[in-house]
Design a binder for this molecule. Sequence first.
Ligand code: HEC
Length: 153
Amino acid sequence: MKSYWTWVAAAGVVLVGAIWWAGRPPSPSGNTAAAGVLLKPDDKALVERGARVYAQNCATCHGADLKGQPGWRRNPRLAPAHDETGHTWHHPDTLLVAVTRDGTVFRGGAMPPFGKVLSEEDIIAVLSFIKSRWPEEIRAAHDRINRRAAGRG
Ligand code: HEC
């Protein structure tokens, strides 16, 4: 008899858990994080922090106006534009974070690594600032590139 009630109690716990699980509201932020979306261009505080990081660490090469070094299109050793005229937005968040953290010097490029200078959060902030400067349609195109990179369309 005792084991019967143990079973009833266990079944009740499972049922309540299942109802809770099914009834959870969909969580878009959770899903996008899982899909490799790291940048938050709509987070005002983060973007402001990113603007400061950019001015102190990136502007010397990529330009205070994000226009890159003059002649960058013809010379891969010059820093490319980070605005919509460059190719930064052609790459998913995960790759932008990796390039900023690891640089390209290790593979013969001229972008220095920032992994020892900036925290992961600073790197996300500075790239979120860059994305916040893109026109709406470029941001939408970049969202699609992120989804494709995550294998979701
Ligand atoms: C010393 C100059 C220099 C500084 C400072 C610098 N970069 Fe770069 N960056 C470059 C160069 C040069 C490239 C192109 C490298 C290559 O193609 O190998 C590049 C490329 C990149 C790319 C890849 C862009 C693309 O379209 O492929 C990203 C992202 C990037 N930089 C972000 C940053 C950020 C963020 C900072 C500041 C935290 C920064 N860079 C500071 C020189 C610099």
